[in-house]
Design a protein around this ligand. Structure first.
Ligand SMILES: Cc1cc2nc3c(=O)[nH]c(=O)nc-3n(C[C@H](O)[C@H](O)[C@H](O)COP(=O)(O)OP(=O)(O)OC[C@H]3O[C@@H](n4cnc5c(N)ncnc54)[C@H](O)[C@@H]3O)c2cc1C
Length: 462
């Protein structure tokens, strides 16, 4: 029997015949090892992850997703699901199994009257913003234009509008989902309510979302940009950021971060987005902008989709990445000083550390009301080791781990699911917090065989 490079989970090679039968009913693109498109199609954003799926099924719509799920189930395949391919832990790909790739499903329809958006799951934030911006609207999403809406929303989704309008998952009115059985269902407040609960922060555990129905908000031109200082001003700049954010209106989301500028200057900075009235925003952010002696202040009015691209250059495609994240109990002076000490020991100019503050809308929803449990947590740090040379991987990974360890005394014990790289099951459990037990029950109902295992996994009970 002629075989392919696709293997069942048992290791048994899959024959050509079932693949041909699948091809006959699949309308999108099937990409196999050896095809010209294979090497590009198997690549994900984090170049540290180098996996070789046996088959990439690039779906054209929900019917293809149903067909792919049934094919994978019939042949006992390891299944990876790909949205934007931006997950730092590389959960959108696998060796030998099938990648159900939604990246060609980018249909977006905006209804300006109801201020809602129907978006297929392969869209990126840039693609979503491009359509909503035509109507002066925006959906709360992340901070980088190339991230996929699917993974981001399913993990919660924090971004430039988070303090005013909440998490991305808080703005989902309904989901279209293909279950592990290969059925297309709706999850909303009135249909499969338990699934609707679990998809808002439970990650990719319960099905393949084919489209999201979002609530959008009137956001068009924002006041945004970066204020950069030489690194030796870090302690004062971060303390000032902390004090300022304590009373800042929710229209303002701002992060503090440590980077190296393109011309090689180690820097500390604040990046901000004000989504309210522009004149009021100018007045509100003035004290932040007039603090100290910035090397650069590029804060200015800009279209929201441009805001979403400001950090793109800091996270280029093809770089190698190892990230750690932790919520902090509070941003104490000691926490700030420890972080600065660690940042100054970073070994790669591409590496960055970000301090994010989410106080506002996310905390007004109860921790058990959606699967996203980390509602009361306000300060999150992202330790993003990034480098180009594969020979340096151990060096930068060790720096990120040591930095994470050094910050442990200040950690609240909670984690932001979306920013977690490869982590032990205990850490994933902590990210789900008090909702873990209910998620296990949901997994037992919707995916008892753990068909969807390549995610921040909630294992079904044995
Ligand atoms: C540079 C950078 C910046 C980021 N900024 C932010 C930010 O500002 N805010 C934030 O919240 N997060 C942010 N993230 C994290 C990001 O949200 C997560 O990595 C998210 O998983 C990416 O979604 P994706 O669709 O691109 O990922 P993928 O890698 O395609 O998928 C990630 C996970 O989601 C699952 N999945 C994807 N699509 C579906 C689907 N349709 N149905 C079911 N499961 C699916 C996958 O199986 C996988 O487990 C950032 C990541 C990077 C690399």
């Amino acid at each position: 029997m002629e075989t392919t490079r696709l293997k069942a989970r048992s290791g048994t090679p899959i024959g050509q015949e079932p693949v041909d039968a699948f091809r006959a009913e699949f309308k999108g693109q099937l990409i196999l090892p050896g095809d010209a498109a294979y090497d590009t199609a198997r690549r994900i954003w984090n170049a540290s992850i180098d996996k070789r799926p046996g088959l990439i099924a690039r779906c054209s719509g929900a019917a293809d997703v149903v067909a792919a799920v049934k094919f994978a189930r019939a042949n006992d395949l390891l299944v990876a699901v790909r949205g934007g391919g931006h997950n730092v832990g590389g959960r959108a790909t696998c060796d030998d199994g099938i990648v159900i790739d939604l990246s060609a499903m980018k249909g977006i329809i905006v209804d300006p009257r109801s201020r809602t958006v129907q978006a297929q799951a392969g869209a990126t934030l840039a693609e979503l913003d491009r359509e909503t911006h035509l109507y002066g609207l925006a959906v709360p999403a992340g901070t980088m234009s190339k991230t996929g809406i699917a993974g981001l929303t399913l993990g919660g989704g924090v971004g430039w509008l988070v303090r005013k309008y909440g998490l991305s998952c808080d703005n989902v009115l309904s989901f279209e989902v293909v279950t592990a059985e290969g059925k297309l269902v709706t999850a909303s407040p009135t249909a499969n309510e338990d699934l609707y609960w679990g998809l808002r922060g439970g990650g990719g555990n319960f099905g393949i979302v084919t489209s999201f129905h979002y609530r959008a908000h009137p956001v068009s031109t924002v006041l945004g940009g970066l204020i950069i200082y030489p690194r030796d001003q870090s302690a004062a700049v971060v303390r000032n950021y902390r004090e300022f954010m304590k009373t800042a209106p929710e229209e303002l989301t701002a992060y503090a971060g440590f980077i190296t500028t393109p011309d090689g200057m180690p820097a500390v900075g604040v990046v901000l987005c004000w989504c309210g009235d522009l004149a009021e925003g100018e007045r509100v952010v003035k004290p932040l902008r007039s603090f100290g002696s910035p090397a650069m202040d590029a804060v200015q009015p800009m279209p929201f989709p441009v805001m979403q691209t400001l950090l793109d250059g800091a996270f280029p495609d093809g770089s190698r990445n190892y990230w750690k994240t932790a919520f902090l109990k509070q941003l104490s002076d000691e926490a700030i000083d420890t972080l600065i000490d660690r940042v100054n020991r970073a070994k790669s100019p591409m590496t960055g550390v970000v301090i994010e503050f989410y106080g506002g809308a996310p905390g007004r929803i109860g921790a058990g009301d959606t699967a996203y449990a980390q509602r009361g947590q306000e300060y999150n740090i992202i330790i993003a080791a990034q480098w180009a040379d594969p020979a340096e991987s151990e060096l930068h990974t060790a720096w990120a781990r040591d930095t994470f360890d050094a910050m442990q005394p200040f950690s609240s014990g909670g984690y932001l699911l979306n920013m977690m790289g490869e982590e032990k099951p205990e850490a994933i459990r902590q990210a789900f917090g008090g909702n873990y037990g209910r998620l296990v029950e949901l997994k037992a109902k919707y995916d008892p065989t753990n068909f969807f295992s390549l995610n921040q996994n909630v294992a079904p009970p044995r």
